[in-house]
Design a protein around this ligand. Structure first.
Ligand code: IPM
Ligand code: MG
Length: 361
């Protein structure tokens, strides 16, 4: 089969990790007889440098027309890069928010899986890791604080800033359904995370999730307050199957979940909407401090490409093959620096991509 993929390398380590993901995709294409047609697009700082804006309408339109979008990372060093002297809506991250919103990708899936061979890289004690963990954060991606009205003003000589957190019931319902559907395909446990003891949007969230839950009697639903969840993730991560939560809580909790998989360099993500068009990106940032040094871990991006095959192209076998290849390379002891433990073999970004591509056969 043939697929069109809009590829956005972005900034920092973006181009390096995207190169490796394409390498692995092309190998899978060769083995299974598919062709991926890539269109490279600019976003983030790379787009600001050329067009003065982090995402042009034209780029967004091209992304809309493709079968899927594969993204590296955007952003630079806050406080160092010139991009951050621009107004917020013209900074690199605004491009990312605009493409998520523009493609209506409201459901962000972030699987946090501890590979058996990475147990040593996990910062938690062995007795806490136990059998290991395999959970997924389902994060609402186009609402909440990220997209509410915000302003910085001066009132009575004092600077004051506000951001608003809004959800309507339909926004909650559709992400709740995505959460329940995800749980249904896994261990059928959904934990909805909110701050219902304090904020209204969370109280509505909890009610609506419960209502949607009536359609999923086979899924066990629980609620948890976000501060408790942050604690439970390091106390007993094995208790979670699917965590369903709003935009900012999901941003924070998914970083926390990623670290206990050994490194944020391991966490892929899929951003999905109502159609098959999805955006796939590692959950980590552009790591400008190590950009261009062949040090970045390409696994999160490669695993994101596997998610693209699964969710946008319905190529489950091919996706599993890539995931298996990552597992094999880890079991052979190869590591990028972020997941390095004594006794392992240290490799760079490009070599890691080669090794994984080799295992796709
Ligand atoms: C993420 C990132 C983004 C977010 C930033 C770069 C806007 O942290 O994808 O988790 O907060 O969503
Ligand atoms: Mg984040």
């Amino acid at each position: 089969m043939e697929f069109s993929v809009a590829v956005i390398p972005g900034d920092g380590i973006g181009p390096e990790i995207i190169r490796e993901a394409k390498k692995v995709l092309d190998k899978a294409g060769k083995v299974y007889g598919h062709r991926f047609h890539y269109t490279e697009l600019l976003m983030g700082g790379a787009s600001i440098d050329v067009h003065g804006v982090p995402l042009t309408e034209e780029t967004l339109a091209t992304a809309k027309k493709s079968d899927a979008v594969l993204l590296g990372a955007v952003g630079g060093n806050v406080g160092v890069s010139n991009w951050y002297s621009l107004p917020p809506e013209l900074r690199p991250e605004a491009g990312l928010l605009k493409i998520r919103k523009g493609l209506e990708l409201f459901a962000n899936l972030r699987p946090a899986l501890l590979f058996e061979d990475l147990k040593k890289a996990c910062p938690l004690k062995e007795e806490i890791i136990g059998e290991g963990f395999d959970m997924i954060v389902v994060r609402e991606l186009t609402g909440g604080l990220y997209f509410g009205e915000r302003k910085t003003v001066v009132e009575n000589g004092l600077r004051k800033a506000y951001d608003t957190l809004t959800y309507d019931e339909e926004e909650i319902r559709r992400i709740a359904r995505a959460g329940f559907e995800t749980a249904r395909k896994r261990r059928k446990k959904l934990c909805s995370v909110d701050k219902a003891n304090v904020i209204d949007s969370s109280r509505l969230w909890r009610q609506v999730v419960k209502e949607v839950g009536k359609d999923y009697p086979d899924v066990e639903l629980s609620d948890m307050l976000v501060d408790n969840c942050a604690m439970q993730l390091v106390k007993d991560p094995g208790q979670f199957d699917v965590i369903l939560t709003e935009n900012m809580f999901g941003d924070i909790l998914s970083d926390e979940a990623s670290m206990i998989t050994g490194s944020i360099g391991m966490l892929p993500s899929a951003s999905l909407g109502k159609t098959k068009l999805g955006l796939y990106e590692p959950s980590h940032g552009s790591a400008p401090d190590i950009a261009g040094q062949n040090k970045a871990n390409p696994m999160a991006t490669i695993l994101s490409a596997a998610m693209m095959l699964r969710y946008s192209f319905d190529l489950e076998e091919e996706a599993l093959k890539i995931e298996e290849a990552v597992r094999k390379v880890l079991s052979k002891g190869y590591r990028t620096v972020d997941i390095m433990s004594p006794g392992n073999v240290l490799v760079g970004t490009d070599k890691m991509g080669d090794l994984i591509a080799e295992e796709v056969k």
